[in-house]
Design a protein around this ligand. Sequence first.
Ligand SMILES: CC(=O)N[C@H]1[C@@H](OP(=O)(O)OP(=O)(O)OC[C@H]2O[C@@H](n3ccc(=O)[nH]c3=O)[C@H](O)[C@@H]2O)O[C@H](CO)[C@@H](O)[C@@H]1O[C@H](C)C(=O)N[C@@H](C)C(=O)N[C@H](CCC(=O)O)C(=O)O
Ligand SMILES: Nc1ncnc2c1ncn2[C@@H]1O[C@H](COP(=O)(O)OP(=O)(O)OP(=O)(O)O)[C@@H](O)[C@H]1O
Length: 498
Amino acid sequence: MKKNDLNLLLGSEVIGPSPPPISSVVYDSREAESGSAFVCLTGENQDGHAFIEQAIHKGAVFIAGTNKEIIHTYSSRYPSTSFMIVQDSRLALAKLSSHVYSMYDHPLYKVGVTGTNGKTTVTSFIYSLLNALQFQTGSIGTAGIWDDQEKTDFKQTVPTTPEAPELHKVMQHFRKKEMKAVVIESTSIAIEQKRLASINFDVAVHTNLTPEHLEFHGSMEAYKQAKLKLFDQSDRAVVNIDDPLMACDIIKNFKGHLVTYGSHEMADFQVTDVQSSIDGTSFVLHTSRGTFSIKAPVYGEYNVHNLLAAIAACHQLGFSIQTILSVLSAIKSPEGRFQRIENLAPYQIVLDYAHTPDALGNVLQAVKKIPHQRLIVMITGIGLRDPNKRPLMAEVVEGEADEVVVSVDQPGFANRQEVIDDVLQGFEDPLAPCIHSKLHREEAIHHALSLAQPDDIVLLTGIGFGGYQIIEDQKVPYSELNVIDHYFETKKTYKQTV
Ligand SMILES: CC(=O)N[C@H]1[C@@H](OP(=O)(O)OP(=O)(O)OC[C@H]2O[C@@H](n3ccc(=O)[nH]c3=O)[C@H](O)[C@@H]2O)O[C@H](CO)[C@@H](O)[C@@H]1O[C@H](C)C(=O)N[C@@H](C)C(=O)N[C@H](CCC(=O)O)C(=O)O
Ligand SMILES: Nc1ncnc2c1ncn2[C@@H]1O[C@H](COP(=O)(O)OP(=O)(O)OP(=O)(O)O)[C@@H](O)[C@H]1O
């Protein structure tokens, strides 16, 4: 790769020779191989500059970092390797990745979905609608990396939005397959860490803003500012007009073509007359192109709003509303988002990823619309995240359920009992007999199921999906469905032996 091209791309001077063609971009020295570019990032525990030598020994031909002294030291020690001192290594990582993984020039529409709650759901709705419209689309996010047919085996090192090299590698693969679009869940952390920095989105979608990730951003204002950046790199926008915290900022500042959705009468995609039933939700959609009566296989008013976001996003890509509505029956919800487990027990089991107070409040309202006797709810406190959120989960559920089981998700290094105590603080009467606590999610699920009687609903919320729990610094495999199956298996064995 020519020195000048690299200088122009990254806005700095190459030290040493022009590197040979760069075959991969890595931020982890252990992944370096012959022809790699290694970008030094400063993490929570380590400084990537400490691994330059390892990257070179593994074959890296180009090293970028921010630490002048270290870069100069290594460039003298390894004169045949190319180096660069950059202002911002994360930006350099994004730009380099976009350049190196641009082998196919097949056009790929890019849709970014941001918001505190609903990203995975809206991403999945857009993905299934576009594919049903024969517009081959992939998706990237908490539910994994999907091409237009199935989940791929691209390694996902970050829970939701991959680091820039992985993102661009996936998009290169989609372009190679001549797919037409990709929907990318765009978390505030990813935006702040510039993982998406060199992507120009065709459509950016906003769902809502409520407190989350404050342990990372520090304040709601910083959290909002991070999400707003996505709209500076998109040609079109879809905005939830009902969101009091962020919609106005986008509407005021967005320069491209913007449409709004929600219940507000000013919404371009306005919803009224929402009616829930056992097999889905019906509602009326009002647009400048007409009014439509719709029935869709989704539960809860918030999911109707997620659906509107998806319809509006597809419309922003050029599909007519009638065409989009003709494939509504094809929409798919991601695993664990209002997932109903049937035929296991004489009561209903609903699994839901709600792990913010806002999400919990919404799913409780949705579940209560399903006919039932008693409602048993499991809630969790998250060890890895902002402790201030924990008691709010209790505040939201108090008075809404007949039995509440409190447990822990993603404990990390947190003390499980302390996490539970934080949650319990949110109840007016934490000692009430209907409040139970269990240190482990598995035990809590089994306890909640054991409390159920015919016609009850057991609502299991929290981070039960994704395939693992983070315990200390290990990702320990975890399957919600196996835990539930195990409960019924042991019950059967117990019955047979008594
Ligand atoms: C907590 C956190 O932000 N972790 C991120 C961080 O890891 P870290 O701080 O532990 O890294 P580190 O161990 O200090 O190492 C620093 C650098 O040295 C490199 N290194 C390290 C060791 C070595 O031998 N060689 C080497 O090169 C590392 O690869 C890294 O680049 O730096 C890594 C590289 O950039 C990230 O991939 C990693 O994201 C982890 C996987 C993560 O879980 N992040 C979460 C917080 C996240 O991004 N979540 C959002 C939101 C999810 C949601 O909304 O629910 C997401 O988009 O998923
Ligand atoms: N539009 C919405 N408004 C409020 N709550 C929602 C909305 N959509 C989904 N939820 C709730 O949030 C939970 C998580 O939904 P989803 O996974 O789609 O959100 P997310 O933004 O991707 O979350 P995460 O970033 O943690 O993966 C759902 O199970 C539901 O309880």
